[in-house]
Design a protein around this ligand. Structure first.
Ligand SMILES: [Zn+2]
Length: 278
């Protein structure tokens, strides 16, 4: 059993607790460049045996007296192993009705599936659902035929999930502070993929979605791109920029697919990065 209390990070008036949604297998077959694939295979030889299984985390934020989430897990939209975030939330003593804000990193199923129940109704009856305005525009303002082909399979389910929240969907401008948490675009994985910076008492923690996919690969070899990203070149630029930022400013990170317990400090190692230990 994971010790929730120990996994919680407290900064100023903010507490951030990882909520494990379940495991999501990745495959090196999604690396289009064969030299990069060979490099990845070699790197993973010295990684933990389950390095290719990405955990899916959402995060519970306690912002003073308010409760918020970053992402909502996969719900019932993916595998049977996923969708555990609701139980993790209950175990931390918070009900869905208490969630006032949900900060979305991006609109992919492993991050938004938990927003709705099996009947498609909103799981969080009082929550405002916040997307970076670029992500909102990509999914909400375009016709299906104007979407890139690789986004087609997400189109209907994304629209219906957002519709369940109706006028409670809010578009955040770049840098806009919403209850002490601000939006920072890190595009490429999706056009409006965003990191959320929570700040209190002069300290910060940064939550990201898919800035990296496989920690034991993308931290030591950030240049290895995968087809999970809609625009791999742009995703790589964002990855380098945000990794530079969090290492330079020593900002702890709450990553959707970082290894347990999900919140880590990142260390710079020359041109590469790693999980800081201790
Ligand atoms: Zn993801």
């Amino acid at each position: 059993m994971r010790d929730e209390a120990r996994a919680t990070l407290k900064i100023g008036d903010i507490e951030i607790t990882p909520l494990l949604d379940g495991p999501l297998p990745a495959t090196l077959g999604k690396i289009p460049d064969p030299r990069h694939r060979a490099e990845a295979e070699k790197l993973l030889e010295s990684a933990p045996a389950d390095a290719l299984t990405m955990p899916v985390f959402g995060y519970l934020l306690k912002l003073g007296a308010r409760h918020a989430l970053v992402d909502a897990g996969a719900g019932a939209l993916m595998s049977k192993e996923l969708g555990q975030l609701a139980d993790a939330l209950a175990a931390s003593g918070v009900s869905p009705a208490q969630i006032a804000t949900i900060y979305m990193t991006h609109m992919h199923k492993d991050h938004f599936g938990g927003l709705v129940d099996a009947a498609g109704a909103a799981v969080f009856p009082n929550a405002e659902l916040v997307l970076h305005e670029t992500e909102a525009a990509f999914w909400m303002d375009r016709a299906f035929e104007d979407m890139p082909e690789r986004a087609w399979r997400f189109f209907d389910v994304t629209r219906t999930t957002l519709a369940a929240y109706g006028d409670r969907v809010r578009r955040a401008r770049e840098g806009e502070d919403i209850q002490g948490v601000s939006a920072h675009l890190a595009p490429g994985h999706t056009p409006g993929h965003a990191c959320w910076l929570a700040q209190s008492g002069g300290k910060s923690v940064l939550a990201w979605g898919d800035l990296i996919h496989i920690a034991y690969l993308h931290l030591p070899a950030p240049h290895v791109v995968m087809e999970y990203d809609l625009d791999p070149a742009l995703a790589l630029q964002s990855r380098r920029r945000v990794l530079d930022w969090v290492t330079k400013d020593a900002i702890p990170v709450a990553g959707a697919h970082l290894p347990a317990p999900g919140i880590h400090s990142i260390a710079r190692r020359g041109e590469a990065f790693g999980l800081a230990t201790g």
